[in-house]
Ligand binder design. Structure first.
Ligand SMILES: [Mn+2]
Length: 341
């Protein structure tokens, strides 16, 4: 069941897409969840709602996992990584999937201001300011993935995606729930229905398997070499810098034994990826997205947010300073919680 939305409102808005030009925008470097949601909406609007043009806007392209899946599944879909080369500049309707603030949309954020309808479909902790820009929203923080919401949307409007789209939706669910480790009852229910519709589970798992290339392995090792490790109460907090692969690096540092990690990179812009262990969130209640990275984002002249145990921020300034900011915001949050306990 779709929560927090009236299906009639939803259907009315989709009906407005007929003969219109629609832009679908994901967060930067679309992961399999964002990508599957984007492709789903493109097909839905083209096949069921008769939209004239549906452009996929994937700021900075797709991530490594999505790239692997696209190659293995053999999907050919045209998309844009920035505003240049797009067939048009103004869209009547903009649909944002799997993103919770405007910075994540990169240059495509501009498209929001010309649109008559702005629709958000997401499962991150909502950002007030961003949400207020929307004319319609399907935001469910309890959903394990945006892909799962897409499946429910398809059902609510009586649309049957083809097998390839169902497979993509399955990759979105598997990716965002870390191979179902964090799956909720709802994610599992959707997964079962996907399997009943012909999705092959072992094929999906195989699609997600990605050989790690040399540069990524080197990034992980270099980041480990530069680690600064601190103890906060009983928790191990690690800080490090790297030029790329922040989220992969962050996962690897958690696997090494940290409870919380912040990985900064200062290439074109300053970016920080944060991860925590599930047990850290369970015991402290500290939500990395709303309690930590949203604040860090503001302090580095940018923005931030995300999930309880996986979040990010981007902004301006030096990586070293930003890491100190992350550490002190986390420390403050932890002290608060300890005081209350
Ligand atoms: Mn997602």
């Amino acid at each position: 069941m779709l929560r927090n939305i009236r299906v009639e409102d939803w259907k009315r808005t989709l009906n407005k897409c007929k003969d219109k030009s629609v832009a679908i925008i994901t967060h930067k470097a679309a992961d399999p969840d964002a990508f599957s949601a984007a492709v789903f909406f493109k097909k839905l609007l083209e096949e069921k709602y008769g939209s004239r043009t549906v452009c996929l806007c994937l700021p900075e392209g797709v991530n490594q996992f999505t790239k692997t899946i696209m190659e293995k599944i053999g999907i050919e879909v045209e998309y844009y990584e920035d505003l240049s080369g797009m067939p048009m500049s103004g869209f009547t309707i903009v649909i944002i999937v799997d993103a919770c603030n405007i910075e994540q949309l990169g240059a495509f954020g501009r498209l929001l201001y010309d649109a008559d309808e702005r629709i958000l479909v997401d499962h991150h902790a909502p950002n007030e300011e961003f949400i207020n820009l929307m004319t319609l929203k399907v935001v469910d923080e309890e959903a394990g993935s945006t892909a799962e919401l897409c499946y429910k949307i398809a059902k609510s409007v009586g649309y049957k995606p083809n097998l390839q789209v169902l497979e993509l939706i399955a990759t979105g669910i598997i990716y965002d729930t870390r191979h179902l480790v964090y799956a909720t009852i709802q994610s599992l229910k959707v997964m079962v229905e996907l399997l009943e519709s012909g999705v092959n589970y072992s094929k999906i798992i195989d699609l997600m398997r990605r050989p790690m290339d040399l540069s990524e392995r080197l990034a992980r090792l270099k980041a480990a070499q530069r680690l600064q490790v601190y103890s906060l109460d009983k928790w191990i907090v690690a800080l490090t810098k790297i030029g790329a692969y922040e989220s992969s690096v962050a996962r690897s540092i958690i696997d090494l034994g940290a409870d919380v990690v912040f990985v900064a990179s200062e290439n074109k812009e300053l970016r920080i990826s944060a991860r925590s262990r599930e047990s850290f969130y369970r015991e402290t209640g500290i939500h990395l997205g709303s309690d930590v990275m949203a604040k860090v984002g503001g302090m580095i002249n940018g923005s931030g947010g995300g999930h309880p145990t996986a979040a990010a921020a981007s902004g301006k300034g030096s990586a070293d300073l930003a890491l100190l900011i992350c550490y002190s915001v986390l420390k403050e949050e932890l002290m608060e919680k300890l005081k209350k306990a």
